[in-house]
Design a protein around this ligand. Structure first.
Ligand code: G3H
Ligand code: 13P
Ligand code: ZN
Length: 333
């Protein structure tokens, strides 16, 4: 058993309280590899932004659980080396789908876990989330639970269609589970295809798809029921058109990819939404940069020569999110 406190990590409790009061949100960036982690830490250290490093079950299987735990420990030291005296870094399990997985992460130094019982019947979601909370809280690890279903794929949890969070359930759910934060469904979804062209309108000037707005009325109702309670938004990539264009220009094929417009995320960040999850945008930046090098320098075979530019582009992306969208810069001095 290793405590996250020994690794220099923090849980989300204080971070979320400050974010809600300050009208900004904490970035939760997924990572699977060294380059993503380097870019996240560099962006957070240079902007002095609190940050959540998110690891999915798939990422843990891909990178190896032991290696990941040491990478997170190394990330804290790297942040200090970059001149960030008091790094505020959370290591969080994204979309945990069982008590055993959550326990394994807590026992290996995670400071926060998500138990995603959103696809289960209501009472089963409560029972599972409560069990994780009871274990996690013994070690001062914070727990995110989810109510309502996002469209698309949630790690290995497949949802055919979304159903929005029901505001009438949130008080009962949060009080009976004891969760520290609540992931809700108000129209976001995972991946680079968040809306079908039929759900969007087209901008007559650019021909680009314009997605429908998020259900801010539902968010408002949830905030009225749970004043000051930390709310989490999954599926919050914006799918920047410049990366999609770059990918398509250099041999990729991502027609009509569409994400959540940044103005909507800015608005959410000012509310009780205090954690915003971003994974797909980083994947797009990585792929765009690698494709460009491959197309322009077909003789290149040193991975540093294409993973390096990918890392730089992701760092730019993370800084943009922190400063221009979430407003978390300078909040972890
Ligand atoms: O919500 C899902 C995250 O983007 C993680 O995706 O399960 O492919 O690692 P993954
Ligand atoms: P995106 O696919 O929109 O980046 O969402 C990521 C996410 O919610 C991770 O849990
Ligand atoms: Zn998610």
């Amino acid at each position: 058993m290793v405590s996250y406190k020994e690794l220099g990590l923090v849980n989300t409790r204080e971070m979320f309280a400050k974010a809600i009061n300050g009208g900004y949100a904490i970035p939760a960036f997924n990572f699977n590899n060294l380059e993503q982690l380097q870019a996240i830490i560099k962006a957070a250290a240079e902007t002095k932004s609190p940050v959540i490093l998110q690891v999915s079950k798939g990422a843990r299987n891909y990178a190896n659980a032991t290696l990941l735990r040491y990478m997170a420990q190394g990330a804290v030291e790297y942040a200090k080396e970059l001149g960030w005296e008091n790094p505020q870094i959370v290591l969080h399990l994204d979309h945990g789908d069982s008590f055993e997985l959550c326990k394994s992460c807590i026992d290996m130094g995670f400071s926060s876990v998500m138990i995603d019982g959103s696809a289960l019947p209501y009472e089963e979601n409560i029972a599972l989330s409560k069990r994780v909370v009871e274990y996690a809280h013994q070690f001062d690890v914070t727990v995110e639970a989810e109510l309502g279903v996002l469209a698309g794929v949630e790690d290995e949890v497949q949802a055919e269609a979304s159903h929005y969070t029901r505001p009438e359930e949130v008080i009962d759910f949060s009080s009976r589970t004891g969760c520290d934060s609540l992931a809700i469904s108000i129209g976001t979804s995972h991946g680079a295809y968040k809306f079908t062209p039929e759900q969007c309108t087209r901008d007559p000037k650019t021909g680009r798809l314009v997605p429908p707005p998020l259900a801010f009325d539902i968010l408002d109702e949830i905030m009225k029921k749970l004043p000051g309670f930390p709310i989490v938004l999954h599926g919050s990539s914006s799918v920047p058109q410049e990366y999609v264009d770059m990918i398509n220009k250099y041999g990729g094929k991502l027609p009509d990819a569409v994400g959540i417009p940044e103005e909507q995320l800015r608005k959410a960040a000012k509310s009780a939404v205090c954690k915003i999850n971003i994974d797909s945008d980083s994947r797009l930046a990585f792929t765009a940069a690698v494709r460009k090098v491959f197309a322009e320098k077909p003789g290149e075979f040193d991975p540093r020569k294409y993973c390096g530019p990918a890392r730089d582009l992701m760092e730019q992306l993370y800084k943009h999110k922190i400063i221009e969208v979430l407003g978390s810069d300078g909040k972890a001095l």
